[in-house]
Design a protein around this ligand. Structure first.
Ligand SMILES: [Fe+2]
Length: 130
């Protein structure tokens, strides 16, 4: 069973966001069964991908003058700090702890974030930028 199953219900309607989310879900789902070295490599890629995706989303928020950009941005910062902590955990060879974070927290966070902040942001982007 994948951690997060990609279905149409996850689509927010802004292609740049949806494409990035799809890639995120693919990386996320590859993590639980990945052997340790592969896990490290994939997690580092996921962290990098997330940093880039957040920056792109924030640019869209600014271009569309999204009224609560600061709130959405602060949540991105919080998650980036969490991913940074897990990267450090991996440097200490705590692969199991990192796996637990992916399984117990990151997957649920993604769905919640998509259903709340990303959804509202996407509706606004579509209305203002078309
Ligand atoms: Fe977001």
């Amino acid at each position: 069973m994948p951690l997060v199953e990609w279905t149409d219900e996850l689509v927010v309607g802004v292609p740049a966001i949806d494409n990035a989310h799809r890639e995120f879900v693919d990386l996320l789902n590859a993590l639980p069964e990945a052997p340790p070295e592969e896990f490290r490599r994939l997690f580092a890629r996921l962290a990098e991908h997330t940093r880039e995706h957040f920056a792109e989303e924030e640019q869209l928020m600014e271009r569309s003058a999204f009224p609560v950009t600061a709130v959405h941005k602060a949540e991105h910062e919080r998650v980036l700090a969490e991913l940074e902590e897990v990267l450090q955990q991996l440097e200490r060879d705590d692969i199991e702890g990192a796996r637990e974070y992916v399984r117990e927290q990151l997957s649920a966070w993604f769905v919640l974030h998509r259903n709340t902040m990303d959804y509202v942001t996407a509706v606004h982007i579509q209305r203002t930028l078309g």
